[in-house]
Design a protein around this ligand. Structure first.
Ligand code: NAD
Length: 281
């Protein structure tokens, strides 16, 4: 088992905002060293979060902007992080995009072939690459106790209207997670994913990465960033039971904190629903 004396190192992708940021802060408060990743254009946001982590928790932090769907970026990122912080013990492959929301019949009009591929490239291939290079590093370190965690979704459990690319990409994360769990178990590495329902973040509020502007009847509500005011948003929030509300990014961070801990060693290959009762496995 990993020595208690070692300070473990976690790399969180898509950490400039939302769920990824909350996970990074939570793992720092758990005492891990933190590596932050997001796309190049969010480098300043990452530096700001790095400062926040240093000030609040005194943790060692490094920032590595890069695209998780580019193999060279992921390989360099894992190598650099491991050298700078001493190891890689927890990989959180959180980065994701939603693409435009549109029905399958209208994809030619509102979601180009390239955009459809982009969603799969970032959400599925990106997770695959993060799993691959994290596991390579963990195996090379030669010690047990590695934790690999990916972002799926309630849309990875049950198809959601207007989200063909996103749903496909998040089902894929479940599959990759199961395969990786079977293959990496012999090295003492567990692999799991989280499947959030509706969590308050820019993605769920139809912020920039959701690009609902491409759908005429969602157009007006995009500016309002109001989940309950669009057709897709209504369908989404209506599937919450009456006692429930939107989740908080900290809810997901709490689950990831447990999955990243050494206590969670008997859980692997699972995609864990965390959705306020929106969907039951
Ligand atoms: P968000 O849009 O607020 O944050 C996602 C982050 O990923 C952004 O900072 C973005 O810049 C980054 N990113 C996008 N493409 C990237 C790339 N190629 N390389 C590196 N970084 C990249 O979204 P969020 O709500 O915080 O979601 C985080 C994860 O949780 C995503 O995978 C999302 O699909 C999943 N999820 C979110 C919800 C929700 O309700 N918010 C529900 C289910 C699943």
């Amino acid at each position: 088992m990993l020595s208690q004396r070692l300070t473990r190192v976690a790399l969180v992708t898509g950490a400039a905002q939302g769920i990824g940021k909350a996970i990074a802060l939570r793992l720092a408060s758990d005492g891990l060293k933190i590596a932050l990743n997001d796309i190049q254009s969010k480098g300043d946001q990452l530096e700001f979060i790095a400062e926040e982590i240093k000030k609040s928790y005194g943790s060692e932090v490094c920032v590595f902007p890069g695209d998780v769907s580019e193999e060279r970026d992921v390989e360099n990122m894992v190598e650099t992080v491991s050298k700078s912080l001493g190891s890689l013990d927890v990989m959180v492959a959180n980065a994701g995009i939603s693409g435009s929301l549109t029905s399958i019949l209208e994809t030619s009009k509102y979601l180009s072939k390239e955009q459809w591929d982009d969603v799969l490239r970032v959400n599925s291939k990106g997770v695959f690459l993060c799993y691959k290079y994290a596991a390579k590093q963990m195996v090379a370190q030669g010690r047990s106790g590695g934790r690999i965690i990916g972002a799926s979704s309630v849309a990875g459990k049950q198809g959601m209207t207007h989200t063909s690319a996103y749903t496909a990409s998040k089902f894929a994360v479940r599959g990759i997670t199961q395969v990786a769990a079977l293959e990496f178990g012999q090295y003492g590495i567990t692999v799991n994913a989280y499947a959030p329902g509706a969590i308050e973040s820019s993605m769920c509020a139809f912020g920039p990465s959701f690009t609902p502007r491409d759908i005429p009847d969602v157009h007006e509500t995009a500016q309002a960033a109001n989940l309950s005011a669009s057709p897709v948003g209504k369908a989404f929030s209506n599937s919450l039971p009456s006692f429930s509300t939107l989740g908080k990014t900290g809810d997901i961070a709490g689950l990831v904190s447990y999955l990243a801990s050494q206590e969670s060693g008997y859980i692997t290959g699972q995609t864990i629903s965390i959705n306020g009762g929106m969907y039951f496995d």
